[in-house]
Design a protein around this ligand. Sequence first.
Ligand code: SF4
Length: 347
Amino acid sequence: MASCASEMKNTRGMSEQVASFMRIEQVTRRFEMRPGAFESLLHRLGVGAGPQFVTAVDNVSLNIARGSIFGLVGESGCGKSTLGRIAARLLPATSGRVIFDDIPLDDGSLTPAALLRLQMVFQNPMASLNPRQRVMDIITEGAIYHGVIARRQRTDFAVSLLAEVGLSADAAFRLPHQFSGGQRQRIGIARALSVSPDFLICDEPVAALDVSIQAQIINLLLDLSRNRNLTMLFISHDLGVVRHLCDRVAVMYLGQIVEQAPAADLFANPRHPYTKALLEQAPSIKAGRRAYRPIEGEIPSPFAPPKGCRFHPRCPVAVERCGRDAPPQTGDEKHLARCWLLNDGSR
Ligand code: SF4
């Protein structure tokens, strides 16, 4: 898998020269949390706090180059899936905007056909595939509805899509529960491809699969990105997965991007202590770790993120200033990180 991925990266390196295909500009998403019965009662009696908000995504900006695979990595609950849903237009941003191929996604001028160019692949295909529908219907109904194909073309269309994702023609006549997890993910990918997108948002597409199957799905995504010239936002909690797939990687912690760089640079020269900790915990044959080990210390509550650097309660190299002031993002345009230790005279 690694050699295949590096071949891909050599070809894909050129894509970094071209303009952004998607720009995520200062996007923030806040959620109001529903109060429990007791809190509601207190509120009605005029005591207790008002509504509580959680900031899942906090002022995030990213540029995704056309034809590239962009990795977004972080622990569970860091806001990466929320950001993916905003990029897929499944969720509005509270502030900020997403520009897709030079058009803001919230622009009313975007036609339904233009929006089809943006598709999502979900983590759990069993939950996103209708268990009562045959695969034929699952992977063709969107294309028929949107006029991509005529109904009479659907058998040929389904067979060709299934072949593209590595499934045989007879799969078209079966139900989702008759497939393994990896095969179901292939069906989910075929459904996303059915409307000929040029941007795929993959939200933890291999997290629920065995390691050997993960490699197969990753190779499939690499082949598809090359053959169809797809751009991808690939969301994962596992830096090891992203390493073999992505051209550029952003690391997210408690709603903020703490580091972003070309993948080769990030893995060879991680700058942020959180990225270093993630790398140290990733599965490694050399280090004898067969599974991902969580980083020490609890992730702070997103309701009350720590003052200063959000990583400071877990950071092994924190200095006094870290608990007081939030570090700015520094570095050059290619490699950015948010840590006081990267700033001269920070202590
Ligand atoms: Fe650690 Fe301080 Fe850097 Fe935050 S700013 S990552 S606490 S050293």
